[in-house]
Design a protein around this ligand. Structure first.
Ligand SMILES: [Zn+2]
Length: 264
């Protein structure tokens, strides 16, 4: 458990760098697909590289609604693509939030309850009820019991797999990855009582070896940060998401609007 704090510090720095690079990825000319938005933390007024203010978040939601997007559960989108759930119309959007920051409960949860919007949280259990910035198990249970919040895996303690690979033997690295993926599922399922089958890769780091490990650990889908629209039939363990912080909706969604109108 003590690993959560230094990991969190490293995570904050690295995720800022990754997001700053990806936030400016162009959204135009992406073809048909579904925007899966990836948030991290929220604040009433103070924006940051991974922090969305409440007023901007509400404007983003207003924009999506005004342009005909329906917010759906990530699980429903995935099952719809597989023919196991509601048909996908092509005008869906998905909200996901990584890391389990306490601001998810304080600021995001009241908004999604008011608007009745589904959200998927990707959680690394080592931080929960442990790190000072993190949600508690009680908060996660309350949100999941609302029926609006689905809780999925973000590995056990949010490692940087590039760094872990660099200082471990191949056998040790493989065992480490397997433990990070399987222990997260096991703890979340035991604590919250719901199936955990989806995984968001820490820092968006994913490669064929990690994808094979995710399949071995029983996951059915993995999500990255590659900044494009998600499409059916794409690599199920590296589905792109769009990193979102405090962009105004006009700049964040300009490419989506262009695509949507050109498809009609
Ligand atoms: Zn993360």
């Amino acid at each position: 458990m003590t690993a959560a704090l230094p990991t969190a510090t490293r995570h904050k720095v690295a995720s800022c760098v990754v997001l700053l690079l990806l936030l400016f990825a162009p959204l135009r000319a992406l073809g048909e697909g579904i925007p899966i938005l990836a948030y991290h933390r929220f604040d009433p007024a103070r924006a940051g590289p991974t922090t969305t203010t409440v007023p901007v978040f509400e404007r983003q939601l207003d924009w999506l609604a005004a342009h005909g997007y329906t917010i759906v559960r990530l699980r429903d989108l995935f099952e719809g693509w597989q023919g196991r759930g509601p048909a996908v119309s092509g005008r869906e959007a998905v909200l996901t939030v990584d890391d389990g920051h306490e601001s998810v409960y304080t600021y995001l949860y009241p908004i999604i309850r008011q608007r009745h919007l589904p959200v998927t949280l990707f959680i690394y259990p080592s931080a929960i009820s442990n790190a000072p910035y993190a949600l508690t198990w009680e908060q996660l249970a309350e949100m999941e019991n609302s029926g609006l919040v689905d809780i999925q895996s973000h590995t056990f303690w949010h490692p940087d797999f590039h760094k872990e690979r660099a200082h471990r033997t191949p056998q040790d690295y493989r065992a480490f990855v397997d433990t990070q993926l399987s222990r997260s599922r096991a703890v979340l399922e035991k604590r919250l009582g719901q199936p955990v089958e989806m995984l968001a890769w820490p820092y968006g780091i994913v490669d064929p070896e990690l994808e094979a490990a995710a399949a071995r650990a029983g996951y059915i889908a993995g999500f990255a940060f590659s900044g494009g629209l998600a499409r059916p039939g794409a690599d199920a363990f590296a589905i792109p998401r769009i990193p979102v912080a405090n962009q105004m909706p006009g700049s964040l969604f300009a490419g989506l609007l262009t695509e949507a109108t050109s498809e009609k």
